[in-house]
Write a protein that binds this ligand. Structure first.
Ligand SMILES: [Zn+2]
Length: 282
């Protein structure tokens, strides 16, 4: 367990189409041994699976709340079918990315709000039936996400890019979830989030980049810089160790300790990772 795990990385995103090989090599060079690639919609399932196999990584299958609007009528049936078809694929480790997003105004209005909830709950039922942990997208929706988990218990998982209160964090932890922390903690103004990353029990933390999204501070282009022509920075899994060093410093522990503990936590949340970690491909 001498390497980092990026528990949330969209290597199948269009931003990586042209250089995914180089991106993954840089991550390996920076000692990121495994990525979990969560698919976001049915047409991406094979791409996520293919990349996971190509790089010795893990993948998850699910329909992201931002993609429920354009999801085909048979999307949930297709997810069910794929979870069954790949039930014995060791690289398939979770159902995700699923959840609720009440931040985007259009998604928070009917009929999309109800459609999000339908997809979320039906996917929880699939996770339960196939005994898979889930990778959760939670944005302005903590209470509704927790209610779904109470109604339809699943075998744990990760609340990714967590940004709730300490009390909400504790509820997820009590329900057997880990919380994903990434580039957002690198911003000094993110005081509440940094406080959480510092004070939550270390057992509850996993690391992620959410690449290509959530660029850390050193990649972020301000709106002034963008209007002057500088493109927004693209996050990638190779940034994980530098993000981790910020969290280690906040907690006053060594990067080595953070690496070991968060790897254990990732294995506890997503047990299927264990098979992929041995033998190490280096
Ligand atoms: Zn994501």
């Amino acid at each position: 367990m001498q390497a980092w795990i990026d528990t949330h990385c969209h290597l199948d995103a269009p931003e990586f189409t042209n250089d995914v090989e180089a991106v993954r090599k840089r991550a390996a060079f920076n000692n990121v041994s495994k990525c979990i690639i969560p698919a976001v919609e049915v047409p991406e399932f094979e791409a996520a699976r293919g990349l996971a196999h190509r790089f010795g990584d893990a993948y998850a299958l699910g329909i992201h709340p931002l993609f429920v609007e354009r999801a085909a009528e048979d999307a949930l049936a297709r997810l069910d079918e794929s979870l069954g078809l790949y039930a014995h694929d060791p690289s398939l480790v979770a159902v995700g990315e699923i959840g609720l997003d009440y931040f985007v105004p259009a998604l928070n209005e009917q009929p999309l709000r109800a459609r999000q909830e339908l997809f979320y709950r039906e996917q929880l039922k699939l996770a339960r039936r196939y005994e898979r942990p889930v990778i959760l997208h939670v944005r302005r929706s903590v209470d509704a996400v927790l209610k779904g988990l109470r109604d339809i218990p699943v075998p744990g998982g990760i609340a990714h890019a967590f940004n709730g209160s300490l009390q909400q964090a504790q509820i997820f932890v009590e329900m057997g979830f880990k919380l994903g922390f990434g580039g957002a903690v690198t911003y000094e103004r993110a005081t509440r989030l940094r406080e959480l990353a510092k004070s939550l029990p270390i057992e509850s933390l996993v690391l992620e980049t959410d690449a290509p999204d959530i660029p850390p501070r050193w990649l972020y282009a301000t709106s002034d810089e963008r209007s002057a022509g500088k493109p927004q920075g693209r996050n990638e899994p190779g940034e994980l160790p530098r993000i981790a060093s910020v969290i280690a410093a906040l907690r006053g522990i060594s990067e080595q300790e953070l690496m070991e503990r968060t790897t254990q936590n990732a294995l506890a949340a997503i047990p299927g990772l264990a098979k992929l970690l041995e033998p190490s491909r280096g």
